[in-house]
Design a protein around this ligand. Structure first.
Ligand SMILES: [Zn+2]
Length: 313
């Protein structure tokens, strides 16, 4: 693989490229920054905004793209700060505006598909496949409460390297994911690229301390990879196995707990009511666990996300 050219750009030591790449057959353009270090080293890809209403990662990626000095960098840093730009500009809640698809369910994409498929195809082929390591930044969407944690894919050939990257993320929890398809970092992992997904921030807010924490994680991983000078830090973590609950009905949602709260089997987690205030269904825990992220909006959608919880192992 020729790493001297990425997304059509000739790379040279010390050069910074800021550009957009066009997605064929659509009106979508993807912003990206490529920072080529003065010294050789690995290619690290950082993406944000695959879910366009997850703002902490987007702002962290924008700031990193302006702050990393190629004179202090070994290797190449590719930053895609806003993968789903049309969703951002049309204020969708993290779906691709043109076709309504969840971009993180269509990787590695399809150049003959609809807009999201074509966008994923470009992201995968122009950026992901060139990476030696990959960090995807996510957060809680506008309707989602979330506690910070990190994912890597279990049982991939690069699991150990991904786990090492995850250990450099300053969160209390991690999930060793069983999902090997559809998502950007999942597909990358199964293509042999050590990849992690960081979840930090919630409800489409973007507090300064969370942006700074995302940036610190990326810089810490760059030290691990030898791309920046200095010692990296590792953070002890508790492993969670994640389970997702989808809503049995549309209606009004009244959660009992918050992200990060622990619960025991049988405990009431929330109630779905109709538009006259009558109960449709009570949601109770079937085992002990912790709320990882959950719907925090009044409206809840049948078969849509309700609660994602973790079980301690
Ligand atoms: Zn997301």
């Amino acid at each position: 693989m020729d790493k001297k050219q990425i997304a059509g750009h000739d790379l040279a030591p010390g050069r910074i490229v800021k550009d957009h790449i066009h997605v064929d057959g659509t009106t979508i353009h993807v912003p990206h920054t490529i920072i080529s270090g003065e010294r050789p080293g690995p290619v690290l890809l950082v993406t944000a905004g695959i879910h366009n209403a997850e703002f902490v990662g987007i702002q962290a990626a924008i700031e990193l793209s302006a702050e990393i000095d190629p004179g202090r960098l070994s290797g190449t840093l590719i930053i895609v700060p806003l993968a789903n730009r049309s969703g951002f500009e049309n204020r969708t809640m993290s779906l691709v505006h043109e076709d309504g698809k969840n971009l993180n369910r269509v990787f590695p994409g399809n150049e003959n598909g609809t807009e999201a498929d074509r966008l994923a195809h470009v992201l995968f082929n122009a950026f992901i496949r060139h990476a030696d390591a990959y960090i995807d930044l996510h957060c809680g969407d506008g309707f989602e409460e979330l506690m910070p944690y990190v994912y890597y894919v279990g049982d991939s050939d690069c699991e150990d390297a991904a786990a090492e990257m995850a250990s450099c993320v300053n969160t209390e929890y991690y999930v060793r994911s069983r999902c090997k398809t559809e998502g950007a970092y999942n597909t990358a992992s199964m293509s042999g690229i050590p990849s992690i997904l960081i979840e930090r921030g919630q409800l489409s807010q973007f507090p300064r301390e969370e942006i700074d924490a995302d940036k610190a994680d990326v810089i810490n991983i760059m030290k691990l990879l030898g791309m920046l000078d200095g010692d990296h830090k590792e953070y002890d973590k508790t492993r969670l196995v994640e389970y997702e609950l989808f809503s049995p009905a549309s209606g009004c949602w009244y959660p009992e707990l918050h992200a990060g709260d622990r619960f025991t089997s049988g405990q009431l987690l929330g109630t779905i009511r109709d538009y006259f205030g009558e109960d449709i269904e009570e949601i109770r825990a079937t085992e002990d666990g912790i709320i990882i992220h959950q719907c925090a909006s009044l409206n809840i959608v049948k078969d849509g996300p309700m609660i994602s919880y973790g079980v301690f192992v």
